[in-house]
Design a protein around this ligand. Structure first.
Ligand SMILES: NC(=O)c1ccc[n+]([C@@H]2O[C@H](COP(=O)([O-])OP(=O)(O)OC[C@H]3O[C@@H](n4cnc5c(N)ncnc54)[C@H](O)[C@@H]3O)[C@@H](O)[C@H]2O)c1
Length: 378
């Protein structure tokens, strides 16, 4: 790997933890293009990787193989850095609960511990959080107004009653958008670890005057999203099912609302937040701001793969998964950013890319079997 030699218009050295992954590798490209030098710390571990640097990793970046849970690795990677994007994370829902906190939360605290103890002149840290911090979020009842909702009980889901019901009178409720100022009510360990990580970053950033920003992505779409891991992300599963002649399997009734954002829009948002001091010490949603259902996504995948749109809706479900998630992105838009890509762009780009990896089909089968075995999908 080349060392991080200074380009002509040097804007400084940026460390991207998790920079060999999906969102991180696009961010690395964007930072290099914008004139930054880039160093990546990543452990290249499964389920995202197979212990090898992916072929699309930008050769202009410096790569360090290491673990964000290991202080020595983190210290080495942080030496000489001006800015840090902390993306390395343990994701989804697995039974090694403590790994969420060690990888996502303790590593965030360690960044600040190293900066303060070594007096490193880091100018800004951007930590990656997730829409998962909102949990089920808020819903509106015609009679009782806005209510923060708990996850649906298994009894309700077993009866295939998907929509949220008012806890006071059982009437149907409308989902409302999530704002950064909302109460955070994560409902899985991943979300709790991300909430703790962003709070740690904003708190320590403020105490020690280290400009810090927390970013909460919705569901990010784009090429390079690991075809080895199908735990989450309907686009990945739908694309592989469709390309391999299988029926698209849709959870619940497919009318769940989701927000899907293109990875290139996430990169442009990152650059904005890095370079705009008005973002300091704040949390931002990064999404498309569009209301889309899972069935809308399935239709576009069928179109992109030139297959018949005929999804299988068997009423399967996941516990502790929000019914609807709507993201408000006006806070970031006020800084002058806006998303450029449509859902169709996302689908076309992903399908076009993943076609090159026929082995993805085997990973999907393994993943589906594991989700059933561990009772994540019921
Ligand atoms: N993809 C999404 O839709 C989405 C949504 C919300 C938040 N996020 C967050 O975005 C970030 C990037 O996610 P992604 O989708 O690119 O996932 P990814 O798996 O493609 O990338 C994560 C990277 O982190 C690395 N990593 C994991 N544990 C590590 C460790 N202990 N030490 C060093 N490196 C480690 C992985 O090898 C991988 O390259 C994560 O923080 C994730 O929680 C993603």
């Amino acid at each position: 790997m080349p060392k991080t030699s200074k380009p002509k218009k040097d804007k400084g050295l940026v460390l991207v933890t998790g920079g060999a992954g999906f969102i991180g590798s696009h961010l690395v490209d964007g930072l290099l293009e914008a004139g930054y030098r880039v160093r990546v710390l990543d452990n290249l571990a499964p389920p995202t990787h197979n212990n090898q640097l992916p072929e699309w990793f930008n050769q202009k970046a410096e790569f360090m193989k290491g673990d964000v849970r290991n202080r020595a690795d983190l210290e080495k990677a942080m030496t000489g850095t001006d800015y840090i994007f902390h993306l390395a994370a343990h994701m989804d829902y697995h039974m090694d609960f403590s790994t969420y906190f060690l990888t996502n939360t303790a590593s965030t605290a360690m960044l600040y511990e190293i900066i303060t103890s070594k007096k490193l002149p880091v100018k800004k840290i951007i930590v990656t959080s997730s829409q998962s911090v909102y949990g089920e979020g808020k819903y509106k009842c015609k009679k009782h107004g806005i209510i923060y909702m708990a996850p649906r009980e298994e009894g309700q889901l077993k009866k295939r009653e998907w929509e949220m019901k008012c806890p006071h009178d059982g009437s149907a409720m409308e989902p409302v958008p999530e704002f950064e100022s909302d109460e955070l009510r994560p409902q899985i360990p991943y979300g709790v670890s991300k909430m703790a990580a962003e709070r740690t970053a904003l708190l320590l950033g403020k105490i020690y005057s280290i400009p810090s920003v927390a970013v909460r992505y919705s569901i990010v779409h784009g090429p390079r999203q690991s075809f080895r891991n199908f735990y989450s992300g309907a686009l990945r599963a739908f694309s592989i099912q469709s390309l391999s002649g299988q029926t698209l399997s849709v959870h619940e009734d497919g009318n769940q609302i989701r927000d899907f954002v293109n990875v290139k829009d996430v990169t442009s948002a990152h650059l904005k937040l890095l370079e705009d001091s008005r973002a300091n010490y704040e949390a931002f949603n990064i999404g498309s701001g569009e209301i889309t259902t899972v069935l809308d996504l399935a239709k576009l995948v069928a179109k992109a793969t030139k297959t018949k749109y005929d999804p299988e809706i068997k009423g399967s479900y996941r516990l502790n998964t929000p019914r609807h998630q709507i993201m408000d992105i006006s806070k970031l838009k006020k800084l002058g950013w806006k998303p450029k890509y449509t859902l169709k762009d996302n689908v076309d780009q992903y399908v076009g890319w993943v076609k090159q990896y026929p082995e993805a089909k085997e990973y999907l089968a393994k993943s589906q079997a594991a989700l059933k075995k561990t009772k994540v999908v019921l």
